[in-house]
Design a protein around this ligand. Structure first.
Ligand SMILES: Cc1cc2nc3c(=O)[nH]c(=O)nc-3n(C[C@H](O)[C@H](O)[C@H](O)COP(=O)(O)OP(=O)(O)OC[C@H]3O[C@@H](n4cnc5c(N)ncnc54)[C@H](O)[C@@H]3O)c2cc1C
Ligand code: SF4
Length: 512
């Protein structure tokens, strides 16, 4: 008898566990574009177009491979707009003895799948997602009895487990686990990066672009120009281009930010990796091969591999370990509304305007822009984490809750009180000025803390430190900061607080 195998938009891998053991003659693979998933947060137009186009191409590839596919388009007149509705319709049409699905990347969907055990008339098997390099059970075992879950130690275990960048004696390649002190250089004057790929659009992609333009016109972001890869072979071209051309300088400019250069030496693979078009192990192995072949230096390769083998897996582990309570955490009790300029880029702060504009244009910004510009501002200004997390979830093409939430709530906002990060990533304009050229064209003056044109990040930084001194007092990594604040003359501290209050006024009346 038939088995119905449901594949979600971020499960576009031929090796996905829900397809294991498929009977090509009897089983039916179900892929559906459902409105409920496209609008539960109003995702960036490019993100929706990327996912629908990738799903449609993936379905075609499965058919070419001899599988029976039931594909429901968004504008199919009978589309019920929800997964549950579509699974029920498929059950009626195909009469399967069982439904199989791979575990989803969001707690919300996991709950829905669990409810199907009772609401559907056939048994449902939810399989674990073997594309990740550490299963959720494995992560729980690693986390058990540890006071602090530091990524660095988890990463070392993963290096050993997969024998990535290890030498013949089982020691880390080059003698060290981490080469970050050679990475993260400020951008030098005139730094640019090579041109990025743009993929030819098939009829399928053109159809999807028209659909998205019509149905999601009020969503954030610009749909055109659309350069995304939408098949595994195109995503592999992106990956190979990165490994061959950009990886050697990845480490050097990993934290750099340059006006008009959204990508620099970053890989741009997160959307493909998270949707299943690329797999994490193959990426790490290709990067390692580049090092062994002598085409990329160890500091760059190790730094890149750490992001995927370390951070990505660790972040996922944290998500599943702490959900559902995690989403509710708000360590600083932050409650200010998300400013309008997160949608419009209409602010005199050149750094924020640049990152928001770039996000609107590309559904992308790189890690340091997310962390130290939009994230840092939200942290310092005390923006409500629920609103900040929703923004991050909908604006980026690579965003799914398992990866977005711990990065935003934990790493950027320290809203989890230190589960992900050992201290808040709070920074004044000085850091932004060191790592970017944004300040050169800004209305505000980065070296000033007081006055009409003083950089807002400066007073907000000290105000944040002062406001939260009690909460952060015990933090082992912050005594120097508190000592500096406490040593400042009283009138200077008062002036900074007053400046911060003026900045909040501007924020509230939309003139910042
Ligand atoms: C506030 C905030 C929100 C974020 N939200 C997301 C998100 O929704 N989805 C997402 O994939 N990443 C997220 N990240 C992590 C990171 O910013 C992106 O993975 C990265 O910018 C993607 O661009 P890239 O492919 O060019 O990455 P590169 O800089 O080239 O890095 C290579 C790969 O490493 C992985 N990686 C690097 N850092 C992280 C990390 N902290 N967590 C997980 N994977 C990582 C990604 O798969 C990435 O593709 C977020 C970071 C912050 C600070
Ligand atoms: S001066 Fe301040 S607000 Fe302006 S770009 Fe620099 S850090 Fe950003």
């Amino acid at each position: 008898m038939t088995i119905l195998r449901l594949i979600l938009a971020d499960q576009l891998s031929a090796s996905i566990s829900s397809l294991h053991g498929i009977d090509r003659d009897k089983d039916v693979v179900l892929l559906c574009e459902v409105m409920a998933e496209a609008i539960y947060v109003k995702h960036h137009k490019k993100k929706i177009a990327f996912l629908f186009a990738s799903m449609r191409h993936f379905a075609e590839e499965l058919k070419e491979d001899g599988l029976q596919v039931r594909y429901i388009k968004l504008d199919d007149p009978d589309n019920t707009a929800t997964f549950e509705g579509e699974v029920k319709r498929a059950i009626k049409a195909c009469n399967p003895k069982q439904v199989i699905v791979t575990e989803p990347g969001e707690y919300r969907l996991q709950r829905i799948f669990q409810s199907w055990q009772t609401t559907l008339k056939v048994p449902v098997e939810v399989r674990s997602d073997s594309r990740f390099l550490a299963s959720t059970d494995e992560f729980s075992v690693w986390a058990k009895d540890k006071k602090q879950l530091r990524m660095e130690f988890f990463y070392r275990d993963m290096r050993k487990k997969y024998h990535i960048l290890m030498d013949a004696e089982g020691k880390p390649e080059g003698g060290q686990w981490n080469y970050d002190k050679e990475n993260r250089k400020p951008p030098q004057q005139g730094l640019t990066s090579p041109k990025r790929m743009s993929h030819q659009k098939s009829t399928i992609t053109h159809e999807v672009l028209q659909l998205v333009e019509k149905k999601f016109a009020d969503h954030f972001g610009h749909l055109q120009p659309f350069h995304f890869a939408v098949t595994r072979s195109q995503a592999l071209m992106e990956l190979n281009h990165f490994i061959g051309t950009l990886l050697p300088r990845f480490g050097d400019y990993q934290d750099a930010m340059v006006m008009g250069e959204p990508y620099l030496y970053h890989s741009l693979i997160s959307a493909y990796l998270n949707a299943g078009l690329l797999l994490p192990l193959e990426i790490c192995q290709l990067a390692e091969q580049a090092y062994r072949a002598g085409t990329a230096p160890l500091n760059a390769v190790e730094g890149f591999i750490r992001q995927i083998l370390g951070w990505r897996e660790y972040i996922r582990g944290i998500y599943w370990l702490h959900m559902p309570q995690y989403a509710e955490l708000n360590f600083f009790a932050a409650k200010r509304q998300l400013p309008d300029f997160y949608w419009t880029a209409n602010t005199k702060m050149a750094c924020v305007a640049e990152v928001v504009q770039q996000t609107e244009d590309h559904a992308y910004s790189h890690h340091i822009q997310r962390l130290m510009i939009t994230g840092n501002f939200a942290l310092l200004a005390g923006i409500n984490p629920v609103e900040v997390c929703e923004w991050y979830l909908l604006v980026y093409a690579d965003a799914y809750e398992w990866v977005e939430l711990p990065n935003t709530l934990g790493m950027a906002l320290y809203g989890d009180g230190g589960i992900v990060g050992s201290k808040p990533y709070a920074a004044s304009g000085k850091y932004i000025n060191r790592m970017s050229n944004y300040c050169e064209s800004c209305y505000y003056h980065v070296e000033e803390t007081l006055g009409e044109r003083a950089c807002p990040f400066n007073a907000l930084y000290w105000d944040f430190i002062a406001r939260n001194q009690n909460k952060l007092q015990g933090n082992q990594r912050m005594p120097y900061v508190f000592a500096t604040w406490n040593k400042m003359a009283e009138d200077k501290r008062n002036a900074i607080r007053k400046q911060a209050a003026l900045t909040f006024n501007k924020l509230d009346n939309g003139t910042l």
